[in-house]
Structure formats: structure tokens, C-alpha cells
Design a protein around this ligand. Structure first.
Ligand SMILES: *[C@@H]1O[C@H](CO)[C@@H](O)[C@H](O)[C@H]1NC(C)=O
Ligand SMILES: *[C@@H]1O[C@H](CO)[C@@H](O)[C@H](O)[C@H]1NC(C)=O
Ligand SMILES: *[C@@H]1O[C@H](CO)[C@@H](O)[C@H](O)[C@H]1NC(C)=O
Ligand SMILES: *[C@@H]1O[C@H](CO)[C@@H](O)[C@H](O)[C@H]1NC(C)=O
Length: 591
């Protein structure tokens, strides 16, 4: 999903000369979303609108005025009596409208409504522009009288006659929102965005409605029973080197010394991919004995799965209990500290996360991983020079640590890009390639080098590598989805191939929300909004954590509303979200 956001940052930054405020508002949101690895709903709107605006900019020269003047045409050409009659009726209608306007200004609203109603009655049906204006004026009056149902009714008639009537669409949106008809309000706000270019006020209004809709949707959603994705669990845990909960000799010890214990059963559940059973089995273990020798390992296992399941408060409680235990070993304590900081990232408390990494480094001055983790957060926060220091420190402690090396290279390339030093970027990329032969089966390496190429706008090389990695590391859904994403953005004629890859990735890992949401974007690109929405529904089924649920639900509604708006305006949004690039979860935490 993060890839989608990269898309947005990519498209706005590649066009720095534009004065479109997508950059200011969008970037802020995008940045937050990036860190967590999920998009904000606003971004979909912002992005679609951004593209639309590009199109509009091209066409603006030929843009017609909203109210052409059929009246003058009629004047020039009054040859037949029927045309004369029409003209007279139109003149009368306009007089009535003017009377309505007068009454309106005098605040005689009921009389104004009467005048507008008569104007509507006498106006020839052919005079659509005028007729829509009369409806719009009457709607404005109803709005002041707080009769919102009537506002919606009149606006709807006006919009039917003149689908690009911005003022009226906005009015209906407001009224619909007041009445609690959020879907209509959202559709209207989206329509306004498309017609009248992106403006923060519209996006803000749309976002508020989206949030309300999403909240309502989630209130009615039954609790998720979906299992965690295997690939997700594997990749996320892989982020913590030598994770004590994956210690083979420890697991064997448990299995042989106490095969009937709840802890042994928790590891059984782990093997069988029943991940959501793990926390309660750990709780059983902790409650069954007062002083289990494995208490801390059990807490760590439970906390880790709370984190993966999005139960952040419970996760933090477990990590705190471990950290504060006087008997804790250094390895376990460090792992709990790193995971606690990671939880902070998920909770969007980046300052808190940074503080905890600092503390972790103070507590374990001779360990490599805390520096790597802190450096990664600094890279994300674009403090590249500070991140560099962390990676250097990590490599001083452990000169052969591959993760520290990869992360340093990613960061080096970012420094090069920031300083516009293409040589340093090339240097970093070349250094990366040197590890290929030894690391080609390491998924961490595969993701690191691929994203480094994508980061630096070298989709061709990224794709080349992905093709190789797909062979070296077969049946990996992450690689398949990345390749699909890459194909999708590099060449629309490869769409069939991209679609096949998404489907294959989902067969391997059906509950992978990242793949589901990437596939949804792909469908959006092809203007298949309903399919995209169903993919979001599936993603919601396998998502945990309120924040993400809210965002996916918001996206679901945003996409549906935008789909309807696009249809309504008969727009043909050019497919192709350019610049797709991944943000592997090892950079954004366990997202
Ligand atoms: C793995 O578990 C064994 C047995 O409990 C323990 O002796 C060893 O120190 C652990 N290794 C690590 C790296 O934690
Ligand atoms: C620490 O270990 C000692 C000896 O094994 C034990 O008696 C004590 O209860 C442990 N403390 C805690 C807080 O678990
Ligand atoms: C799904 O796949 C993505 C990349 O394709 C991977 O990074 C992630 O860990 C997987 N799991 C989830 C739950 O997103
Ligand atoms: C993608 O398109 C390019 C150019 O049209 C073509 O050379 C390439 O073979 C295609 N790749 C796949 C996997 O279909």
C-alpha cells in the first residue's frame, strides 16, 4: 500500500514547479501515512484530483464559460412564431427570477420561493442553463429556511440540467451532509474536486465526511476473525535479528521438556499458522504457574503477537513488564525495547519511538541492531546525515552486519538524491549490486535493492532485479506483488501480466492486505472502481488496528464516491499511476 503513497509523493515532487497545493497538504498527510505504511483516504482524492487538474490545465484554454448565452442567439434569429413564444416565456421567467432575487435580498424568503417557482413553471424546458439557475436560486432560499430536503431536491434538478454546476453541487453536498446522507455528500465533494480543481477546502470537507462514513461502517462491522497472513508474520519478525521468540534451541527445549504446556501449544499454533490463538495460549501459560522459568519468553511471544494483531496497548504492557523485570537477560530486554519502539511507530508516536531507541542504545551500547533501527527511523524522517552516523556506528560494532550495510546504502542513495549528486547515487547502487551473488536468496536484500532502484527512478533496473529474485526466491508473494506493481507503472500494455501476478500473490497469501490494496489501486487505474472497492472490503476483513481499519474504510468510500463522480461527469481519467515504488515493511516497521 505504501507504494501507492510513493506514487503520490512521486508525482507531486516530479512536478515541483506546479503551484498546486497538493504538495503542502498532501505531503504532510502522505508523510504520516508513509511511516505507517498505509495511505490516508485523502490521498486518493488528492491524487486523482491532481491528475485531473493536470488534464484541466491542458484544456483550460478551451474551457467554456459556465453560462453560455442562448438568449442572444434567440434574439438574432427570431423568424418563426414558435421561437417568439419561447423567447417571450424565457423573458418572463427571467423577470420572475429577478423578482425572486429582489425578495431574497429583502429576506422575504417565502415570496422569493414563490417567484422562483413561477419562473421554473414558465421557463421553456429547452433553456436548461436558465432553468438550472432558477432551481439553484430556489435551493439557496430553501437552505436559508433550513429545509434541507428541499435543498437536495432542487439542487438535484439543477445538477441534472447542468452537471458541472459547482456552486449547486457544493450546496447539495452541504445539505446532504447536514441531513446525514454522507454518501451523496461525498460524491458531490468529489465531483466538485474534479470540476473545480483541487482545493484544500473541498478536500477537508470530503475528509470529514469520509471519516464519519468510515466510523459508521466500522461500528457495524463484526469483529475480524481473519487469520494473520503468514508472509506478514514472517517478514515482520524477520525485521528483528535473532529474535528470541524464534530461537530454535529454545523452542526445542520447550517441546521436549514440557510438551503439554500451553507455551508448547502456542508454538504449535505458530507452526500451523493459527497466529491469533497465540496470545490466549500464552496467557494460559502465564496463569498456570506462578514462577515459570519461561515467563519472560512467554510475555515476549504474547507481546509480539499483540503487536502484529494491532493490539498495541496490550503489546506495550507486555514489553514494559519484560523491560522492568529484574531477571531479564540483555538479549530479551533489547528485543522488547526495540519492539516497544516499533509499537510507538505504529501508534504514530515517532518522537516516543525515537526516545525509546535512544534509551535502547544507552542500555546496550555494544549492540548493532538498535543503531540500525534508529537509523531506519531517521532515514524515514529524512534526517539522512544522522541516519548515516547510526549506520556507521552499527558497522563499527558489527562490520559484517548485512542489514546495517543495506540500510546504509539506501541512506547513501538518499543523501545523493537530496544533494543532486548522481555519482553518489550510482556509487550506492553499484555497491548494492556487489552483494548480489552472496545475498540473492535473502528476501531482505531483494527488497532493499529493489526499493533503492525504485527510489531513484530506475524502474527498469528494479524490474530486472525483480525478475531475477522471483526465480531465486520462488513463491514469495511480496516479490510477485512488487513485480506487478512495477509492471503496472512502467508500461500499461503489461497490465494483463500485472493482473496475473497479483492474483498469484493473493493465492499464496490470501489475507495480505498490502497485496489486496495494491491490486485495488491497479483496478482504480483501470477505472474499475467497484472491483477496487471489493478488494478494499477484503483488506478490511484481514486488517487489525483501528487506525488502518479507519483508513481502509475511508478509502473504500472514497473510491466508490469518486467512481460515481467520474461516471457522472463522464470523465475519462487516464489510467496509470506513475512511479509506483514499494516501501518495504522493514522500513516502516511492522506495517
Ligand atoms: C536460545 O535458547 C537457548 C536455550 O534456551 C539459550 O541458551 C540461548 O542463549 C538462546 N540464544 C539466543 C541467541 O537467545
Ligand atoms: C528472579 O529470579 C529469582 C531466582 O530465580 C526468583 O526467585 C525471583 O522470583 C525472580 N524475580 C522475578 C520478578 O521474577
Ligand atoms: C503482504 O505483502 C507485502 C508485500 O507484498 C509484505 O511486505 C507484507 O508483509 C505482507 N503482509 C501484510 C499483512 O501486509
Ligand atoms: C512489458 O512490456 C515491455 C514493452 O512493451 C515488453 O518488452 C516486456 O516484455 C513486457 N513484460 C512482460 C513481463 O510482459
Amino acid at each position: 500500500m505504501a507504494s501507492y503513497l510513493r506514487t503520490i509523493t512521486g508525482s507531486s515532487s516530479s512536478n515541483t514547479s506546479s503551484s498546486i497545493p497538493t504538495d503542502t497538504l498532501g505531503k504532510r498527510l502522505v508523510k504520516w501515512a508513509l511511516i505507517i505504511g498505509v495511505p490516508t483516504a485523502v490521498c486518493v482524492a488528492a491524487y486523482l484530483v491532481y491528475r485531473q487538474q493536470q488534464e484541466q490545465a491542458k484544456k483550460s484554454a478551451t474551457r467554456r464559460s459556465p453560462l453560455p448565452t442562448p438568449l442572444s442567439k434567440v434574439n438574432e434569429d427570431t423568424t418563426t412564431t414558435s421561437e417568439n413564444r419561447l423567447k417571450n416565456r424565457l423573458t418572463l421567467a427571467i423577470d420572475l427570477k429577478n423578482e425572486g432575487n429582489l425578495k431574497y435580498r429583502e429576506q422575504n424568503f417565502n415570496e422569493a420561493i414563490e417567484a422562483y417557482s413561477r419562473a421554473i413553471e414558465v421557463c421553456p424546458v429547452e433553456s436548461t442553463e436558465e432553468l438550472s439557475q432558477f432551481y439553484q436560486n430556489r435551493a439557496a432560499t430553501w437552505e436559508l429556511l433550513k429545509d434541507y430536503e428541499k435543498v437536495v431536491e432542487d439542487c438535484s434538478k439543477a445538477i441534472e440540467l447542468n452537471p458541472k454546476y459547482v456552486k449547486c453541487i457544493q450546496r447539495r453536498a452541504r445539505a446532504a451532509e447536514t441531513m446525514g446522507n454522507f454518501e451523496l455528500a461525498l460524491e458531490d465533494y468529489s465531483t466538485v474536486c474534479f470540476i473545480d480543481s483541487y482545493q484544500p477546502a473541498y478536500i477537508m470537507a470530503a475528509d470529514k465526511v469520509l471519516t464519519d462514513l468510515a466510523k459508521r461502517y466500522l461500528e457495524n462491522l463484526p469483529p475480524s476473525t481473519a487469520e494473520l497472513s503468514k508472509d506478514y508474520v514472517r517478514t515482520s519478525l524477520n525485521e528483528f535479528e535473532d529474535d528470541p521468540i524464534l530461537n530454535e534451541s529454545f523452542i526445542n527445549e520447550i517441546r521436549t521438556s514440557q510438551p503439554d504446556s500451553s507455551l508448547a501449544r502456542a508454538y504449535q499454533a505458530f507452526d500451523e499458522g493459527r497466529f491469533t490463538d497465540i496470545p490466549s495460549l500464552c496467557t494460559n501459560e502465564l496463569e498456570s504457574t506462578d514462577d515459570s522459568p519461561y515467563k519472560l519468553q512467554t510475555l515476549l511471544l504474547r507481546g509480539s503477537f499483540y503487536l502484529l494483531m494491532g493490539n498495541y496497548a496490550e503489546a506495550v504492557a507486555d514489553f514494559d513488564a519484560i523491560i522492568n523485570d529484574p531477571n531479564v537477560t540483555e538479549k530479551i530486554k533489547m528485543n522488547a525495547e526495540l519492539k516497544r519502539a516499533n509499537t510507538k511507530i505504529h501508534q504514530r508516536d515517532l518522537e516516543g519511538a525515537m526516545y525509546q531507541y535512544d534509551e535502547c542504545i544507552r542500555n546496550h551500547p555494544n549492540e548493532c541492531s538498535p543503531h540500525v533501527h534508529r537509523g531506519m527511523l531517521k532515514t524515514l524522517l529524512e534526517s539522512y546525515n544522522e541516519a548515516h552516523d547510526d549506520f556507521i556506528e552499527a558497522l563499527k560494532i558489527s562490520p559484517t552486519n548485512l542489514r546495517a550495510k543495506y540500510q546504509k546504502l539506501i541512506n547513501d542513495a538518499k543523501i545523493g538524491a537530496k544533494e543532486h549528486q548522481s555519482e553518489s547515487i550510482e556509487q550506492a547502487l553499484n555497491n548494492f549490486e556487489e552483494y548480489y551473488d552472496t545475498c540473492k536468496q535473502d528476501i531482505y536484500y531483494a527488497l532493499a535493492i529493489t526499493s533503492c532502484y525504485l527510489d531513484n527512478d530506475r524502474k527498469d533496473r528494479a524490474l530486472e532485479y525483480l525478475n531475477k529474485f522471483v526465480k531465486e526466491i520462488p513463491s514469495n508473494p511480496t516479490l510477485l506483488a512488487l513485480k506487478a506493481n512495477c509492471l503496472m507503472s512502467s508500461d500499461p500494455s503489461n497490465n494483463t501480466e500485472a493482473e496475473k501476478l497479483y492474483i498469484e500473490a493473493l493465492e499464496l497469501d490470501p489475507s495480505n492486505e498490502t497485496v489486496l490494496t495494491m491490486f485495488a489501486i491497479f483496478k482504480c487505474n483501470q477505472n474499475q472502481f467497484e472491483e477496487a472497492a471489493s478488494l478494499y472490503e477484503r483488506a478490511i476483513q484481514c486488517t487489525r488496528g483501528e487506525e488502518k481499519l479507519l483508513q481502509y474504510a475511508a478509502l473504500l468510500y472514497a473510491i466508490r464516491a469518486q467512481g460515481r463522480a467520474i461516471k457522472r461527469l463522464n470523465l475519462n481519467l487516464p489510467g496509470g499511476f506513475p512511479q509506483a515504488g514499494p516501501l518495504p515493511n522493514w522500513m516502516g516497521g511492522m506495517a
